[in-house]
Design a protein around this ligand. Structure first.
Ligand code: SAM
Length: 339
């Protein structure tokens, strides 16, 4: 299970280190507006009610979530024949997420009612047929849990000397792929129950165009892996502690995502395409700070605070251009309509 992003609004917080994720949204903002305007028929969806419910699944602490929600509301309002809609925004994330920071920084001038829904989006979160648009950005590549085999020393999927499936054995790759499939199936099964007929899911998630392509962000994991191996060689860390650590992230192949959606059968695929983030402010963006804001919790859970600090200090010394290139990972943009 993913550890939550760094909370608060300090130097290492996700709220101060999430411009790369924001660039992902910017790349598809117009497409989201267009899709909502073309596909969401508010009169049919609402059947006389004025409550329009939007869920952000894996919202973290902001500010990206506010921007996404505003984009969706603007498009719905543009399309709607009435101006008496009441928007309810359900901010979802794991229970450990810093919802206090999220709610303390809600825009003062907002045209929606806000509520938090804590829990995993791989399970049920909302009542049946209660959501009109679900949105999820930068979250679905986090697995619900590590594949079992990776935790067992005698298993073929024991990932000795590595911390991810990139460059790992076939057994490790297969274990990750099976977990991804199970998770996406659960995600779709739950959303199919929660989203009203004609409602939509908007997904933006790190992914790859072909099964044999490595997502560029995995280069960051390779850097961390090399740092950990150095620490083993220096006697700072035991080999087995590194062998038993694995990052619970899979960058899905777009064809697999399409196949899993089709297998679920409850959603029409309105759009499913690869996107490259635009406008990454490479010079100003500190990629290691982004890595830290997103991964520090996961590292601390396994290695403790002291070792994690050492890993991150070493990562800060890596050449910036290597890190920046790694951060230019592409993503999958999917618009699904509940049948
Ligand atoms: C990189 S952040 C993305 C935040 C925001 N959507 C954005 O685009 O900036 C990923 C978020 O997904 C959340 N997340 C990961 N797995 C989750 C799960 N199973 N259920 C709910 N949230 C999850 C994490 O806690 C984290 O806050």
């Amino acid at each position: 299970m993913a550890s939550p992003m760094n909370g608060g609004d300090g130097t290492h917080s996700y709220s101060k280190n999430s411009t790369l994720q924001r660039c992902g949204l910017s790349a598809v903002e117009d497409a989201i507006k267009e899709a909502v305007m073309q596909n969401v028929e508010t009169d049919k969806l609402l059947c006389g009610s004025t409550r329009f419910a939007i869920a952000d699944l894996g919202c973290s602490v902001g500010p990206n979530t506010f921007h996404a929600v505003e984009t969706i509301i603007e498009a719905v309002q543009h399309k709607s024949s009435t101006n008496n809609l009441e928007f309810q925004v359900l901010f979802n994330d794991q229970i450990g997420n810093d919802f206090n920071t999220l709610f303390a920084s809600l825009p003062q001038e907002r045209n929606y009612f806000a509520a938090a829904v804590a829990g995993s989006f791989y399970g049920r979160l909302f009542p049946s047929s209660s959501i009109h648009i679900a949105y999820s950005s930068g979250a679905l590549h986090w697995l619900s849990k590590l594949p079992e085999g990776l935790k067992v020393k005698d298993s073929p999927a024991w990932n000795a000397g590595r911390i991810h499936y990139s460059g790992a054995s076939d057994a490790v790759v297969k274990a990750y792929a099976e977990q991804l499939e199970e998770d996406l199936e659960n995600f779709l099964r739950c959303r199919a129950q929660e989203i009203v007929g004609g409602g939509m899911i908007v997904i933006l998630v790190g992914g790859v165009s072909h099964a044999n392509v490595q997502h560029r962000s995995t280069v960051l994991f390779t850097f961390v892996e090399a740092i950990l191996i150095d620490m083993v060689k220096e006697g700072v860390l035991a080999q087995e502690v590194v062998d038993s650590f694995n990052i619970p992230i899979v960058y899905a192949c777009i064809n697999d995502v399409r196949r899993i959606v089709e297998k679920n059968g409850c959603f029409e695929i309105v759009k499913m395409e690869m996107v490259e983030p635009v406008d990454i402010a490479t010079a100003e963006t500190n990629v290691v700070m982004h890595l830290r804001a997103a991964m520090e919790g996961t590292l601390i859970d396994h290695f403790g605070e002291e070792i994690t600090e050492q890993v991150l200090v070493r990562a800060m010394r890596l050449p910036t251009h290597m890190m920046v290139d790694a951060a230019h990972g592409g993503g999958i943009f999917a618009l699904l309509k509940r049948k």
